[in-house]
Structures are given as structure tokens and as C-alpha cells.
Ligand binder design. Structure first.
Ligand SMILES: Cc1cc2nc3c(=O)[nH]c(=O)nc-3n(C[C@H](O)[C@H](O)[C@H](O)COP(=O)(O)O)c2cc1C
Length: 214
């Protein structure tokens, strides 16, 4: 493995000027996502984000999930409501999400409030998933311990049989969350670690933008 303390990359791909970033951060964020999706290096999973939740004792936990929708209401992602993150987000409805697009030397950070999306919307998204993914939502009690891989595979086989030739309905324990941003920060790597950072905060009068020191 490369020396962690000495590997260094200079960030020189772009600059971030106030005039370039839309006054509406959702519009700006959508553009950055589009650019990450179209990056010549073809970023794997540009919609993957690290998502932090908080446990009852105040300790944070973090994992990667896929962003499945972005609009003026917020960011949508799907998971098991009974998973560790699901339980934490329901009990403490706050989250933070971070995207890192190395090919573009860009980071986006989102913080805000979380709520479950409507069942209808979860049904719609669930129905669009490949059959195997829908079966897995039944077979896996996400975040719970399991004796062995074999037990998991047996559970999958059990639900394959149970739903053979039938539509697979969405388990009530599975669905979407909406992360409603209170703040969104855009970060563009620059030379000498003098990076550009533009932070949007939602105020009563609308989005307010400030530049932060790197
Ligand atoms: C690239 C990537 C995408 C993932 N997407 C999701 C997702 O959209 N939903 C999900 O529940 N888990 C997803 N996972 C798995 C989570 O990182 C995590 O292992 C799982 O949700 C259990 O987390 P928890 O125990 O904190 O609830 C993804 C993992 C990776 C590496």
C-alpha cells in the first residue's frame, strides 16, 4: 500500500466562482450531478453518497447509499426502515450526506431533516426495481445478524418460491426517505489546498450563500 502520510495530489481541475453557481442550490447540485454522470472518466455510481445518521446516545454512524431522486423537495434514497439507519433516522430525524467525485475534484455536503416518503411513492420506486432486488428486500432483515451465508441464501430461495409467478409487493419495512436540506455546500479542490467552498443555508427569506475558508 502507498504511504498514507506522503501520497499527495494537487487539485487543479477547476475553480468555483460565485457567478457560476446558481442561486438555487438544488439547481446547482443537479448540474454537478449531471456533470459527474457525464465525466469522461465515467465515475462509477456518481449518485453514491455517504449518509450519516445519529443514534439515541448521540453517536453518529455512516454508510453509503444511492441517491434515487433530487428535486426542490430534497434528496430521496431507499432502504429498510428497520435497518440500523432506518431506526436511527426515524428516532432522530436528521441526516448529513456527502458526495465525493474524484474525477472532478468536487465534494457536495448536505445537511437537513429527514422524513419517510409517502407509501405511494415507495411503491412506485419498489415496482421499478429488478425482481431479485425486490426479493432481497423480503429475504434480508437489514442490519440484523445472521448465522451464515447459507441461511441468507435459503431465505432468498424461500421468497423466490413464495412469490413464484406473482407480483412482489413492497414490504412495509422497506421504503424511501426524503432528506430536506437546510444547508448544501459545494467544494471544488484548488491548488495548495486553497479550495473553493460555497455554502448555501436555508433562511426564512430563501437560500443565503457564503464563501467559507478552505
Ligand atoms: C455503492 C453502495 C451503494 C449502496 N446503496 C444502498 C442503498 O441505496 N440503500 C441501502 O439500504 N443500502 C445501500 N448500501 C449498503 C449500505 O452501505 C449499508 O451497508 C446498509 O444499508 C446497512 O446499513 P445500516 O446497518 O447502517 O442500516 C450501499 C452500499 C454501497 C457500497
Amino acid at each position: 500500500m502507498k504511504e498514507l502520510s506522503s501520497s499527495r495530489k494537487s487539485y487543479e481541475r477547476g475553480e468555483l466562482h460565485e457567478s457560476e453557481l446558481d442561486a438555487d442550490p438544488i439547481v446547482a447540485f443537479t448540474r454537478w450531478l449531471d456533470e459527474a454522470s457525464a465525466a469522461p472518466e465515467h465515475l462509477a455510481e456518481p449518485n453514491a453518497m455517504a449518509l450519516a445518521s445519529v443514534a439515541a446516545d448521540g453517536r453518529p454512524s455512516l454508510r453509503v447509499v444511492l441517491l434515487r431522486g433530487l428535486d426542490q423537495r430534497g434528496l430521496r434514497f431507499f432502504t429498510s426502515y428497520d435497518s440500523r439507519k432506518g431506526r436511527e433516522l426515524i428516532a432522530r430525524p436528521f441526516a448529513a450526506a456527502t458526495f465525493w467525485w474524484p474525477a472532478l475534484e468536487r465534494q457536495v455536503r448536505v445537511e437537513g431533516d429527514v422524513r419517510r416518503i409517502d407509501d405511494d411513492e415507495s411503491d412506485l420506486y419498489f415496482a421499478s426495481r429488478p425482481r431479485g432486488h425486490r426479493l432481497a428486500a423480503w429475504a434480508s432483515e437489514q442490519s440484523e445478524p445472521v448465522e451464515s451465508r447459507a441461511v441468507l441464501d435459503e431465505r432468498m430461495a424461500h421468497f423466490e418460491e413464495r412469490f413464484a409467478g406473482e407480483e412482489i409487493e413492497r414490504p412495509h419495512s422497506w421504503g424511501g426517505f426524503l432528506l430536506v436540506p437546510r444547508s448544501i455546500e459545494f467544494w471544488q479542490g484548488r491548488e495548495n489546498r486553497m479550495h473553493d467552498r460555497l455554502l448555501y443555508r436555508r433562511e426564512r427569506e430563501g437560500w443565503v450563500r457564503v464563501r467559507l475558508q478552505p
